[in-house]
Design a protein around this ligand. Structure first.
Ligand SMILES: [Mg+2]
Length: 254
């Protein structure tokens, strides 16, 4: 299996913002929501995540088993998530500002693109959602009728232990002649591969949310800036665009 094709780079952009979707742009993780409510439950999910963090297992294999525990038709999953997932309170303002200032904002997700689109359409409208760039995993329907009564996740990078190696969306930018300043925002285990490759890494830290990425960066000594919601991200990205160095921003916001 060769995986899914990588989209074109934004070669002329001065700044590129890449962001995790679940729990970063959204108020809660949609995959966790599916597993906790329609699959094998939160207790086993959390135990499986510990296995990934300790290196006993990898994200790709544990995430697939979580998804396979959700024995609900795909369309129903989409609808449940459309009813239960909301945006980070500062995201729309941030997204609008990026758009007005010609800064590509790319959603980089270990979730499945059709679910992300369905939720986005509910949250920002069909027209706006269709313009948003999403690099994610996909789904295949496995029932004989092809209706999605049963389904399976299709990984972007099946050979990678991450299933979708998010670093592959950042690293190519580092070698183009007019290399843009690279921002990445994330919160969890699926973002570990991308953490080292951004110029300014934002780690979402919410009291009731996932803080695995921030914990990992502290442990590994990877410079990062914690944030509660995208209002802070907007303030700091504006500072960089106005000329402040990413090193300085990190130093001031440790
Ligand atoms: Mg996440």
């Amino acid at each position: 299996m060769s995986g899914l094709p990588q989209p074109e780079l934004h070669k002329d952009a001065k700044f590129v913002f890449l962001s995790d979707w679940d729990g970063t742009i959204t108020d809660k993780d949609s995959n966790d929501f599916l597993v906790d409510n329609l699959g094998f439950g939160a207790e086993q999910r959390k135990a499986d995540n510990v296995k990934v963090l300790t290196g006993e297992s990898n994200f790709r294999d544990e995430f697939r088993s979580m998804m396979q525990s959700v024995k609900v038709p795909y369309e129903e999953c989409k609808e449940v998530l459309r009813q239960n997932i909301d945006l980070d309170p500062g995201f729309l303002e941030f997204y609008t500002w990026c758009k007005e200032n010609g800064i590509p904002l790319i959603i980089v997700s270990s979730g499945m693109a059709p679910i992300i689109r369905a939720v986005l359409e509910k949250l920002v409208g069909v027209a706006e959602a269709s313009q948003m760039e999403i690099i994610a995993n996909d789904v295949k329907y496995t029932d004989p009728e092809g209706k999605g009564t049963t389904w399976d996740i299709v990984y972007r990078h099946p050979e990678s232990g991450f299933g979708h190696d998010k670093s592959q969306s950042i690293i190519p930018y580092r070698s183009i002649p007019s290399r843009p300043t690279l921002f990445f925002a994330g919160d969890g285990v699926s973002d570990l591969s991308a953490a080292r490759h951004a110029d300014l890494l934002f780690t979402k830290v919410k009291p009731e949310g996932n803080t695995d990425l921030a914990t990992f960066c502290d442990r590994e000594g990877i410079p990062h800036v914690n944030f509660l919601d995208f209002r802070k991200v907007l303030t700091l990205v504006k500072e960089v665009v106005a000329g402040k160095s990413t090193e300085q921003v990190i130093k001031e916001n440790q």
